[in-house]
Ligand binder design. Structure first.
Ligand code: CUA
Length: 160
């Protein structure tokens, strides 16, 4: 009967894996006790805010200063509200997107916008639109039977 022996090199990796597992467990414990924040989590929101002062009570585009806009959108099965954003060329738009139900995402073609939209969170991302034209936006996270019809567009008009 041969002696049970672990190669020192393998033993080293077993110990390293054990240490890693300990830190993963620690991270899990800390996040369970203190909660965790996702990138771009601006603030938490109610699923159906009824407060009159919530920008999500009346979603749409708000001009904050010349060519600077805030756009508030609801993502819900299976549409965006509103599903059309109109701005003049040269605009910078900060999108604030919240989900009413399940996990969605928000992707604007020909931009670097491609973010998750999670229930109970507000996703915030800024994009600049220099040229007139249309950019379609989509839900790019499978969210059910009619996921494929969940889209809208950013219409960039002539420079004002
Ligand atoms: Cu919403 Cu896919």
């Amino acid at each position: 009967m041969s002696e049970f022996r672990v190669d020192p090199y393998e033993k080293g990796w077993m110990v390293a894996s054990g240490i890693l597992l300990f830190f993963f467990l620690l991270a899990l414990g800390v996040s369970a006790l203190y909660g965790f924040r996702l990138p771009d989590d601006e603030r938490h929101t109610e699923r159906n805010p009824t407060a009159a002062d919530s920008p999500f009570a009346n979603p749409g585009v708000v001009e904050r200063s010349p060519r600077r806009f805030d756009a508030y959108l609801w993502a819900q099965i299976w549409s965006f509200a509103p599903n059309e954003i109109k701005i003049p060329a040269g605009s910078t738009v900060t999108f604030h997107i919240a989900s009413r139900d399940v996990q969605h995402s928000f992707l604007i073609e020909r931009t670097n916008v491609n973010v998750m939209v999670l229930p109970g969170q507000v996703t915030k991302i800024t994009a600049r639109f220099d040229e007139p034209g249309e950019h379609r936006f989509f839900c790019a996270e499978y969210c059910g039977i009619a996921h494929h019809i969940m889209f809208g567009k950013v219409v960039v008009g002539p420079r004002s």
